[in-house]
Design a protein around this ligand. Structure first.
Ligand SMILES: [Zn+2]
Length: 109
């Protein structure tokens, strides 16, 4: 199930799955910065939906930070990051861990 929204740098972006959004091989979704909206086509495979959502989140980050990235760079980043994250579930557990950096300090020799 696609999330209804995502937090990007302290701002909540709504995520909408939109019927018939797909227009060509270059457009599976978009971001509307002033409205903090991400739209993705609702009729894609789950794999393509994940890639597209991450792609649009990277565009949201790009806009929030005032970066200028080529479409090719955004595509490469989203596809690669998704593959790394999905290929390493323990990495996500580690990255999302609530443990403090110095949690082991009391057990050090
Ligand atoms: Zn794009």
């Amino acid at each position: 199930m696609i999330p209804k929204g995502v937090w990007v740098l302290g701002k909540y972006w709504t995520v909408e799955a939109k019927v018939g959004f797909y227009r060509n091989e270059e457009c599976f979704g978009d971001t509307i910065h002033p409205q903090l909206r991400i739209r993705v086509d609702s009729e894609m495979s789950l794999q393509q939906t994940r890639d597209t959502l991450l792609h649009e989140i990277i565009h949201a980050i790009e806009k929030e930070l005032g970066l200028t990235m080529s479409e090719k760079t955004v595509k490469q980043l989203s596809t690669t990051l998704l593959a790394v994250l999905r290929g390493n579930p323990s990495l996500m557990t580690f990255l999302l861990s609530e443990a403090e950096d110095n949690a082991d300090a009391t057990t050090s020799p």
